[in-house]
Design a protein around this ligand. Structure first.
Ligand code: DLL
Length: 432
């Protein structure tokens, strides 16, 4: 099932030509309308009229999150505000958020791209879609909302509310598709059990999750607990938001909507392009955005691309699940660790609750990593020796996965904070 079959299955040669034409138009548009790009292109000696091939993209300078911050609030807009029909922001927790804008045409494209990922995730006009992402300046909820309406589904714009209410509405309104962060979906799944409900009495069929990294083990857990097919969806406000990429029924990589976005993967240190399949930082250039186009935007997200054909028939390149961001990457005693690696191990261990937090601290000039993990009551109140054995088991599994020894501390159920939005996995006390 496709939303725009002809476009999603476009011949790659035709796609390349379309991308080149759209890239030429974008380069010209930002040069003419955004002082930041005019200056940057001038400094790098770029002639926006001399674009002949997609490889010319490499000559363009990168755009960073910092560049967008400096231009707060409207400095990067490529159209006058009277043409902007909506303003939202990125969800960054540190510093100034990035303000993004959309023209009427941008909203139309965004709705269609969100519709593509919804349909790829199983949603049709017969579905009842519960959007538990936060409405407001965050781009996730409204993006999916417009996509779901475009598909013709019945939308419940519940936003982030008390989890029990979330479950009650899900039961009463017979929700068939749930959209939220994977960590919040897990909190919902646990609340269903706490409320004494049988998941089979609900009507859930699909979960469209995203907005934060999550492991395959987490998918497995959510599919089992909620009795759904769960797909991963990727996007970011600076580029558009949900609708940039999403999984098809194969659930083996996320198709990037390449007719609207040109992607590269570069080495985050040298900024040189990496060979296909290697993991690096994803860099995105928008091809159709009018109000807020970006050229070679450094996402800080780490992933790799795969070009082999997908059995689903879509010809767009796939990105592997984002394993983390360059700024979530923990460097501990010289070893790189991602929260998602720790998550996978915890899911494998019987008796742990997959709610966890990573604490980084420095003791006597040595960095220490401690994993706080919620454990079942029987383990928490177990005999000291049994509990110790259990912790040792987790520690050795983590050591095997990560290559370093880390501390593990069991905490009682419901001790770690639940958030309706993006989970905060790492607390870095070294910086305090
Ligand atoms: O989180 C957009 C979104 C909303 C995507 C809902 C999917 C569903 P921002 O708040 O701007 O936008 O945050 C973007 O979130 O750079 C990634 O680091 C992370 N992220 C988004 N989707 C995924 C995903 C939305 N599927 C930032 N896997 C991005 C891993 C993700 N990380």
């Amino acid at each position: 099932m496709y939303w725009e079959g002809e476009k999603e299955c476009i011949h790659r040669e035709a796609l390349k030509q379309l991308q080149l034409e759209r890239l030429q138009a974008t380069v010209l548009r930002v040069y003419m309308n955004v002082p930041f790009y005019r200056k940057k292109f001038g400094e790098s000696g770029i002639d926006p009229d001399a674009f002949r091939s997609l490889e010319d993209l490499r000559k363009l300078p990168f755009t960073t999150k910092e560049d967008l911050r400096v231009s707060y609030p409207y400095g990067m807009f490529a159209v006058p505000l009277r043409e902007v029909v909506r303003v939202q922001t990125s969800s960054g927790t540190t510093g100034m958020p990035t303000v993004v804008g959309y023209t009427r045409n941008d909203i139309k494209n965004w709705s269609n791209l969100a519709a593509r990922i919804l349909v790829a995730g199983g949603v049709t006009q017969n579905d009842i879609v519960q959007i538990a992402f936060d409405y407001g300046l965050f781009t996730g909820a409204l993006g999916l909302h417009y996509g779901a309406e475009r598909v013709g589904a019945s939308v419940i714009p519940i936003s982030s509310v008390n989890t029990k209410r979330q479950v009650k509405i899900m039961q009463d309104f017979k929700t068939t598709a749930l959209m939220c962060t994977p960590s919040y979906a897990l909190a919902i799944a646990n609340t269903i059990v706490e409320m004494g409900l049988n998941v089979n009495s609900l009507s859930l069929k699909y979960g469209l999750f995203g907005a934060e990294p999550w492991s395959e083990a987490m998918r497995h857990e959510l599919q089992g607990k909620l009795k759904i097919v769960a797909t991963d969806n990727y996007g970011l406000s600076e580029v558009m938001s949900p609708g940039v990429a999403g999984e098809c029924p194969e659930r083996n990589g996320l198709h990037i909507n390449e007719d609207h976005f040109l992607v590269e993967v570069v080495d985050p240190e040298t900024l040189q392009p990496l060979p296909e399949g290697e993991t690096g930082e994803m860099v995105i250039t928008t091809l159709t955005k009018e109000a807020f186009p970006v050229v070679r935007f450094r996402t800080r997200d780490l992933t790799s691309l795969r070009t082999e054909p997908c059995p689903c028939g879509r010809t767009f390149v796939r990105m592997n699940k984002v394993m983390g961001r360059t700024d979530d990457m923990i460097k501990i005693r010289g070893i790189t660790v991602f929260p998602s690696q720790i998550e996978s191990v915890l899911f494998e261990i019987e008796g742990t609750e997959p709610h966890y937090q990573i604490i980084l601290d420095r003791k006597a000039a040595v960095d220490e990593l401690t994993v706080l993990v919620e454990v079942s009551e029987s383990i928490f109140f177990d005999q000291v020796r049994k509990q110790k054995d259990f912790i040792e088991r987790i520690k050795s599994r983590l050591a095997a996965e990560l290559g370093i020894l880390v501390e593990v501390k069991p905490v009682e159920k419901q001790t770690l904070e639940r958030v309706e939005g993006k989970a905060k996995r790492v607390i870095d006390k070294r910086a305090l």
